[in-house]
Design a protein around this ligand. Structure first.
Ligand SMILES: Nc1ncnc2c1ncn2[C@@H]1O[C@H](COP(=O)(O)OP(=O)(O)O)[C@@H](O)[C@H]1O
Ligand SMILES: Cc1ncc(COP(=O)(O)OP(=O)(O)O)c(N)n1
Length: 271
């Protein structure tokens, strides 16, 4: 079997818990060869983002060109995109190289509260990137921005999921990290039916990079050729172990533990 190859198009997190760093760690842990196209460099730790340095359109384009034209890409994901200019460059490359399947994590705001996507780019994302998505993975506030509605009930979240697929994504999973309750339930709509991926809600402040890690794990499994539902089931088990066994780093929202499953996983599919 050839080595599965995955590309992340995202921002760099100097703190190592989110962004490109989380994605590459996750790809590696899932036995997938990871490649990157950096869209922005952030100076960031578990408490705050102290600087954002956007890459040029040319820099982003050339990184994607370089890997697509030589190494090849079995699956890709996007994370922090920073601006409309970068978003357009990414969309152009995805179309040019027919990069598929593409997982879009519509990163808008970090857990520290700092904005990672220009306000005006949030609506452009619907038009430019969303229609290219095999799967889009908004958290609750991101799903509210995409639909322009408050999603405070399960019924409203189901309507929102239908609405997001109508906008052009093949499938959407509205993540449950920001929903209150005893379980962290992620709601998938694949254009035909709904599926809920459930795990106990873990009482921890160490959730920096959960979204990046989850979407990277899905991407890694898709790169292996797995079906979407199976890929999400494995990714959910992976992120749950990563949250369950924190590394206790930093004074704020610490990173998840990307190698937890190696030491602790009960879940058969993570082996
Ligand atoms: N406290 C928690 N306990 C268990 N799972 C969680 C917790 N917080 C987030 N998750 C899970 O982590 C994944 C990422 O979700 P979320 O935190 O909502 O994304 P984001 O980092 O984009 O805000 C989802 O599978 C979600 O259910
Ligand atoms: C560079 C960079 N990219 C993305 C994020 C957001 O990551 P996410 O997985 O949504 O987790 P939180 O940071 O919101 O906990 C980031 N912080 N930095």
């Amino acid at each position: 079997m050839s080595t599965p190859r995955a590309l992340t198009i995202a921002g760099s997190d100097s703190g190592g818990g989110a962004g490109i760093q989380a994605d590459l760690k996750t790809f590696q842990e899932r036995d997938v060869f990871g490649m990157s196209a950096v869209t922005a460099i952030t100076a960031q730790n578990t408490q705050e983002v102290t600087g954002i340095y956007e890459c040029s359109e040319e820099a982003v384009t050339r990184q994607i060109e370089a890997v697509a034209s030589d190494i090849g890409i079995d699956a890709a994901k996007t994370g922090m995109i920073a601006s409309i200019t970068i978003m357009k460059a990414v969309a152009q490359q995805v179309e040019k190289h027919r990069i598929h399947p593409l997982v879009i994590d519509p990163v808008m705001v970090a857990k520290s509260g700092d904005s990672l996507l220009e306000k005006e780019a949030r609506q452009a994302l619907k038009r430019i990137l969303l229609p290219l998505a095999h799967l889009i993975t908004p958290n609750l506030p991101e799903a509210e921005v995409l639909t322009g509605k408050m999603l405070d009930t399960d019924e409203k979240r189901r309507d929102a999921a239908r609405h997001i697929v109508d906008m052009g994504a093949d499938a959407v999973i509205i993540k449950g990290g920001h929903v209150t309750g005893d379980s962290a339930d992620d709601l998938l709509f694949d254009g035909e039916s709904f599926h809920v991926f459930s795990a106990p809600r873990l009482n921890t402040r160490h959730t920096h990079g959960t979204g990046c890690t989850f979407s990277a794990a899905i991407t890694a499994e898709l790169a292996k050729g797995r079906e979407l539902l199976k890929a999400i089931q494995i990714a959910k088990a992976y992120i749950t172990e990563a949250i369950r066994h924190p590394l206790n780093l930093g004074r704020g929202h610490g990173p998840t533990n990307h190698f937890a499953y190696r030491h602790f996983a009960q879940a058969e599919e993570l082996r």
